[in-house]
Design a protein around this ligand. Structure first.
Ligand code: ARG
Length: 705
């Protein structure tokens, strides 16, 4: 027996599953046997007493989980950090444990009242004493880790638990003598698994499978080469034997019903202390501000969710709820992350949601030179559709040419710095690029409640996808908006796919162009070929558009069409030469509506007008949409996504497709400015033309709608 090793235990006199604060307790309330629990506890007590000294704390009536002394606190040498239980069901244990530690000569540290930490259940020393592994995610708050580091003067490695069955670190993670580690990797997030793999060499990691995990094999007491646990599979026993451990099984089924086993039932009070360790902790925190219709728009939820999903933690310091219908809210949130890398990931998302650093904590944006033409420095900030500002030389500078998926390039001029969004391929070594997360903010325009409310003016209901019954209502709104934009000399772009022609929409789209509702047309080779085939021969890909039936030898029509236009030289020349006399492309030429046709690998021909250099085609598209007010995306996924990427926030998007998945994908810009319409595009266009015809009285009759 090793005299030096001591454990604290608490007899199960008042043990009972009385409530459910973890998944194991659910369904087990009042289902454990007192007698069996007592017998199992006695046996564990005996097994440990054979190897070490066991001290006992008096059980307190009314606190059934007090048997789980691992949660009393975290002990190192003669210092203890007392637990702050998350659940009120266990908070009453705190004074009893505190008393025991005080009576036994420990220096007791207490965390602030609202900072949960559940002791050795969530904090496990490396068995060589080199560092402390600390869990968070369920019972313990990440912000407690820096205090542990400080009080114990030791490095703390934060691990995030993600499976509620393994709510305490000691349920799925067990450091063993000699630097070995018994653990269940799926209980941790990817970042934590990386951290574990960096610290523990592969040959020392004993990974267990789910069947052992759920019988609490990791919840083991390790004394030198002995591993005491509830139960282990033969495989696990062999695994442990191979690296020199003896296994002692002692059944603890009654305690499993409360979500604990041997480790939980004990607290080791003699932990190896290394003299040369020092407090370090990778946990970072910072305070951000959020502003806007934080509740109504779901912004608050999204921000808090993204913190947690990325492995961080938060505390809302201030929440100034706008009480009037129109007033905005304001929040200050303290964000904590287990490392700088995680903090950067979180902040990038928060910036995109409109979060900003507190003014006092704001720094200039970090810049790095373009390392080679067309390549950004690694840590470049990826732009969004939202208006963005960067802080340069202490001043906020608006980024020009806003679009998503670019980098922010900065050039210094005599009048100060200029920042603009650029595609990676367009970066040149004279420029610097914004990197990291400092000094960047996106400006979210808090749309008023009225704008968001359906039925008022043109509402583009919050990125909604309309079902059939809403189609007509939406079409009506789009018609109003088209009319308004036209009358105000605005600009509408249309992206259209060949389905527009197949579904009989050519005629309607041609009409929209003729009537001045469309200022630019974007598509590919196919829409133009099908449209012209229909104009020249009445078929679309060989199908008679009036009868809906394939025409004999119709498949040739497609190539004959291409050949005809090639002979003319271009679509415009075909119109000039009187060869092409109707249809979508004809109307474009006749009404001076520019069009860009972007080629693809599957194009036949192509038409002389089709731009087969895709980089050039993207540039043409981007130029074509400068200053648009609205884009109608008609059944063409790729061209529409391409256009969406280059469109800044503030442009209304209408996406029409029969496939809901396409509509959702396109209208999900996290903004209220896009609306999806799931319907046949031909039908949509015919309804739209009809609506526009009804609007004979001039705008602003809309004010009365
Ligand atoms: N019922 C207790 C709880 O949910 C079980 C604690 C188990 N202790 C542990 N260190 N894992 O808090």
């Amino acid at each position: 027996m090793t005299d030096a090793i001591r454990f604290l235990m608490c007899a199960p006199d008042h043990y009972e599953v009385d409530y459910a604060i973890n998944p194991w307790m659910e369904g087990n309330i009042h289902r454990s046997s007192r007698d069996r629990a007592a017998a199992q506890w006695q046996q564990l007590h005996q097994v440990i007493k054979d190897e070490a000294i066991v001290e006992l704390v008096e059980p307190a009536k009314g606190w059934p989980d007090m048997v789980f002394t691992a949660n009393a606190g975290l002990v190192l040498d003669k210092t203890v950090v007392l637990s702050r239980f998350l659940h009120k069901e266990r908070q009453g244990e705190e004074p009893y444990f505190k008393q025991w530690f005080a009576d036994n000569g420990y220096t007791v540290h207490e965390l602030p009242p609202d900072l949960p930490f559940e002791g050795a259940g969530d904090a496990l020393l490396d068995r060589e004493g080199r560092w402390l592994w600390a869990g968070y995610g369920f019972r313990t708050e990440l912000d407690s880790h820096p205090l542990l580091a400080k009080w114990l003067d030791m490095e703390v490695l934060s691990l995030r638990l993600i499976d509620s069955r393994f709510y305490h670190l000691d349920t799925c993670f067990c450091p063993l003598t000699g630097g070995y580690l018994l653990y269940y990797p799926p209980a941790f997030d990817a970042y934590s698994n990386h951290l574990i793999e960096r610290r523990v060499p592969a040959e020392k990691r004993l990974v267990i499978a789910e069947p052992d995990a759920v019988t609490f094999a990791c919840n083991a007491v390790n004394i030198n080469d002995l591993v005491i646990l509830n139960q282990a599979s033969d495989h696990l026993k062999r695994q442990l034997a191979q690296v020199g451990f003896r296994v002692r099984e002692t059944p603890l089924t009654e305690f499993l019903k409360a979500g604990g086993a041997s480790k939980c039932l004990t607290l080791r009070t003699t932990e190896p202390v290394l003299l040369d360790h020092h407090a370090t902790v990778a946990v970072e925190s910072k305070t951000i501000q959020l502003q806007g219709h934080l509740l109504d728009s779901g912004l608050m939820n999204r921000a808090l969710d993204s913190i947690v999903e990325n492995g961080g933690s938060f505390k809302v310091l201030n929440f100034d709820l706008g009480t009037e219908r129109q007033s905005t809210s304001q929040a200050e949130v303290r964000v904590s992350a287990p490392s700088h890398t995680v903090m950067e990931d979180i902040m990038r998302q928060l910036i995109d949601l409109g979060a900003a650093d507190l003014p006092a904590e704001t720094h200039d944006a970090a810049l790095e030179a373009v390392p080679q033409p067309g390549v950004a420095p690694d840590e470049f900030y990826v732009t969004t559709i939202y208006p963005t500002e960067v802080r340069l030389n202490g001043r906020w500078v608006r980024v020009q040419d806003q679009r998503m998926d670019g980098a922010i390039a900065v050039t210094q001029t005599a009048d100060g710095a200029i920042a603009r969004c650029k595609l990676l391929r367009d970066l040149n070594p004279q420029e610097q690029v914004v990197v990291g997360i400092d000094g960047i903010r996106t400006v979210r325009n808090p749309e008023s409640r009225a704008q968001r409310n359906q039925g008022e003016e043109f509402s583009f209901m919050g990125a909604g996808v309309s079902s059939e019954r809403r189609v007509e209502l939406v079409v009506e709104q789009i018609a109003w908006e088209l009319r308004r934009i036209r009358d105000q000399g605005g600009k509408v772009a249309v992206t259209a796919g060949p389905v527009v022609i197949h579904t009989g929409g050519a005629h309607h789209l041609a009409r929209l162009i003729r009537d001045g509702y469309v200022q630019v047309l974007l598509g590919g080779n196919a829409i133009a070929v099908h449209d012209i085939e229909q104009a020249l021969m009445g078929t679309s890909l060989g199908v008679d558009m009036n009868k809906g039936l394939p025409v004999r030898g119709g498949h040739r029509h497609h190539l004959k069409t291409i050949n005809t236009i090639r002979r003319c030289g271009s679509i415009a020349q075909a119109v000039e030469q009187g060869v092409l006399t109707k249809g979508v492309m004809y109307e474009c030429v006749k009404n001076n509506v520019p069009f860009c046709l972007a080629g693809s690998i599957r194009d036949d021909g192509p038409l002389p007008d089709t731009q087969m250099d895709l980089v050039k085609a993207q540039t043409d598209y981007a130029e074509a949409i400068v200053g648009v007010d609205m884009i109608l995306m008609l059944s063409t996924m790729l061209h529409s996504i391409g256009v969406g990427n280059m469109t800044p926030a503030g442009v209304k998007l209408v996406c029409v497709d029969i496939n809901p998945a396409v509509v959702t994908k396109l209208s999900d810009r996290g903004s209220v400015e896009s609306v999806g319409v799931v319907t046949d595009v031909g039908l949509f266009l015919s309804l739209l033309v009809k609506q526009l015809e009804l609007l004979t009285s001039p705008y602003p009759a809309i004010a009365t709608v």
